[in-house]
Write a protein that binds this ligand. Structure first.
Ligand code: MF3
Ligand code: CO
Ligand code: CO
Length: 288
């Protein structure tokens, strides 16, 4: 038990009574009521949030650079090179490089690839492709994570709609985030919109806490029920990153590389990702 005049456990340097005392009392009550409450180690203080914002500046800058350069005829290895050079020249480290054996500085997932596609000289972007570029950056030990979809040349109406609906799923998922709300609020918002458009939501992969590590608690499922799951509190940094399939939600990991996740039925899949901060007032998008 921290006493009122001791320093707060969040390492803000403030006295407990001026920092997380009221917060802890609120959480204690929610826990008594049977809710799942976040562990202390995922609640970020001001300094950590500032660190994550600086990391996100590189992450966002790189996605902007990709959007300026991505084009038909380019191979995805070239995008990877842009990522490595931009990140390192800005003092950062690409978080995916050598992460659990992942060989590249970002993920590029084309058409029926759901996520974790590996950039390669052999993957040449062609007219009509839709591609997700997913970037994770480390700066001074702080992590940020975001992804965007790109449409190459003239894409089919069907592909465009999937990309746009998935973007709206992300917007609605983020909008559902409220301090003292619930993780299930995000999943419910995403799932409703995806399914009302005839699409399905991938369940095996999802969002996650982020900031001091690439993947922290909690797992953010993009399907769920309002008012359920972990309580969302100020200082939590999580990603929302819906993976939406045009066909069935079934997926598999390609055993040729052990990474690339694909739709089982070969249908198109899209994804957009933000890193967000739960604030006292609502939500702040940190990386987009
Ligand atoms: N950026 C991905 C995410 O959103 C993580 C990629 S890990 C990798 O969670 F190893 F596949 F690169
Ligand atoms: Co990501
Ligand atoms: Co992520």
């Amino acid at each position: 038990m921290t006493s009122r005049n001791e320093l707060c456990w969040c390492k803000s340097g403030l006295k407990y009574k001026k920092c997380h005392l009221e917060f802890d009392e609120k959480l204690k009550k929610l826990k008594r009521e049977g809710h799942i409450v976040p562990p202390r180690n995922i609640i970020k203080n001001k300094e950590q949030i500032e660190g994550i914002r600086k990391s996100a500046k590189i992450n966002n800058g790189l996605l902007d650079l990709v959007s300026k350069n991505i084009r038909q005829g380019m191979n995805t290895e070239e995008i990877d090179k842009l990522a490595y050079d931009y990140t390192v020249s800005n003092g950062g480290i690409p978080a995916t490089l050598n992460y659990e054996g992942f060989p590249k500085s970002l993920c590029t997932s084309v058409n029926d690839e759901v996520c974790h596609g590996i950039p390669s000289e052999d993957v040449i972007l062609k007219n009509g492709d839709i591609v997700n570029v997913d970037v994770t950056t480390i700066l001074n030990g702080y992590y940020s994570d975001a992804s965007r979809m790109f449409m190459i040349g003239e894409v089919s109406e069907e592909a465009r709609k999937l990309v746009e609906v998935t973007r709206e799923c992300l917007r609605r998922g983020v909008e559902a985030v409220k301090p003292w709300g619930f993780l299930g609020d995000i999943g419910a918002a995403v799932q409703e919109y995806a399914e009302s458009n005839g699409y399905s939501v991938v369940r095996e992969f999802g969002g996650h806490g982020v900031g001091l590590d690439i993947h922290e608690e909690p797992f953010v499922c993009h399907a769920g029920e309002r008012g359920t799951g972990m309580v969302l509190v100020p200082g939590m940094v999580i990603t929302v990153e819906p993976m939406i399939n045009a066909g069935s939600d079934e997926i598999f990991i390609d055993d040729r590389d052990g990474w690339t996740v694909r739709t089982a039925d070969g249908s198109l899949s899209a994804q957009w990702e933000h890193t967000i901060l739960v604030t006292e007032e609502g939500v702040e998008i940190i990386s987009a």
